[in-house]
Design a protein around this ligand. Structure first.
Ligand SMILES: Cc1ncc(C[n+]2csc(CCOP(=O)(O)OP(=O)(O)O)c2C)c(N)n1
Ligand code: SF4
Ligand SMILES: [Mg+2]
Length: 347
């Protein structure tokens, strides 16, 4: 007698896509590299949020971190730019097609060393995209030299001490105009998921600095970006809960010190305060809290700032609804007669 075994139903998201549709090539990064965990969170979050992978444009510069877009969202668009120049490429692509969901992945060297000028202008313009800094304090790809986010006094494997103060990319992003600023740790799955989902729902620039240990060059005693250092010094600002727009938000309404922020797409971010009295909609207070944490040697993680209403660069340019990239030449170029007229005036 033969029995027929019914296969378990395929697990799909609200678009009917399996998680496989959100994966990329097999990683070539070192086993245990924090960047691999961030790629896994990106895959999960885009799958769970039901984002169509072909509407996403991935951008990166150069570095181990910048290689990682090859390892997730294999059905999305991708552009691997020159070292530190990703913001200009991303700005151009998003201006040409505002319907794309921009996802930039950079390193601390790519952003805070060679690419700092480009990063400043991306932030100043509040370009609507997600910008992740995979922050390990070193140039992993070129064998572990200090980057500009390395903490004062931190030590290289060789014993060399860093005698320069760090750039804090979150503080810079906050000061210059990003509208969602968060810090997380590649080892904190729940927090990073909530932050990434908020960034997907946010309409504005999301800057997410993720401390992402480099196991090969910066995970030793004396490093301030190692797994053990972050575990011992992490100070989590809030408990975060993200409720996407397609889920019923009336369930499980939490009580107590909870702030509910409604995102542009109708999703909600529920922020439950932990030890400190911290309001992530107060930019000045956020800067002061970050400064205090730095002096105390804490790795402050969570949502540092969120402003879901500030206009983006696309709003300021007052672009029409149809993406520029889809318009016919007749709508993007003055006709020959108009050019002839100008030339005639110049004669
Ligand atoms: C214009 C230019 N300058 C220097 C380099 C050499 N280079 C390649 S990657 C890199 C630093 C990468 O560090 P980071 O952005 O922190 O990425 P990680 O490898 O640590 O993830 C450098 C200096 C280059 N490729 N191009
Ligand atoms: S060298 Fe460091 S940053 Fe690069 S893949 Fe290896 S662990 Fe990751
Ligand atoms: Mg780095």
């Amino acid at each position: 007698m033969s029995t027929t075994v019914t296969p378990p139903p395929r697990k799909v998201n609200r678009l009917g896509l399996e998680v496989l549709n959100y994966k990329g090539a097999r990683t070539t990064l070192c086993a245990g590299c924090g960047h691999n965990s961030i790629s896994e969170r990106i895959i999960e979050c885009f799958y769970e949020m039901g984002v169509e992978p072909w509407t996403v444009a991935k951008f990166s510069g150069i570095g181990c971190s910048s290689k990682s877009p090859a390892y997730f969202l294999g059905k999305s668009h991708g552009f691997n730019s020159v070292h530190g120049r990703m913001p200009a490429i991303a700005t151009g692509a998003i201006l040409a097609n505002r319907n794309l969901l921009g996802l930039g992945v950079s390193g601390d060297g790519d952003t805070a060393s060679i690419g700092l000028g480009q990063f400043m202008h991306l932030v100043r313009r509040n370009i609507p995209m997600i910008y992740i800094i995979e922050d390990n304090g070193v140039y992993g790809l070129t064998k572990g030299q200090f980057s500009a986010t390395a903490d004062l006094g931190s030590k290289l494997k060789s014993g060399a001490l860093n005698d320069l103060p760090p750039f804090d990319c979150c503080a810079l992003a906050l000061k210059w105009g990003a509208t969602f600023v968060a810090r997380s740790f590649s080892g904190d799955k729940k927090q990073l998921q909530a932050i990434l989902k908020t960034a997907i729902a946010h309409r504005g620039l999301s800057v997410i600095d993720v401390v992402s240990p480099c196991v090969t060059f910066n995970d030793h005693e004396g490093s301030t970006k190692s797994y053990s250092y972050v575990k011992d010094h992490e100070e989590t600002l809030q408990d975060l809960d993200f409720v996407p727009f397609f889920e019923d938000i009336s369930v499980e309404i939490p009580e107590g010190e909870v702030m509910d922020v409604r995102m542009h797409d109708g999703s909600h971010l529920r922020i439950r305060k932990l030890s400190r009295d911290f309001d992530p909609t107060n930019r000045l207070a956020a800067l002061a809290t970050m400064e205090e944490a730095e002096l105390a040697g804490e790795v402050l993680t969570g949502v540092l700032y969120l402003n879901p209403t500030k206009p983006t660069f696309l709003d300021l340019l007052d672009l029409g609804d149809a993406p520029l990239g889809t318009l016919p030449e007749s709508k993007t170029r003055p006709p020959q007669a108009a050019l002839d007229e100008i030339m005639e005036e110049l004669r």
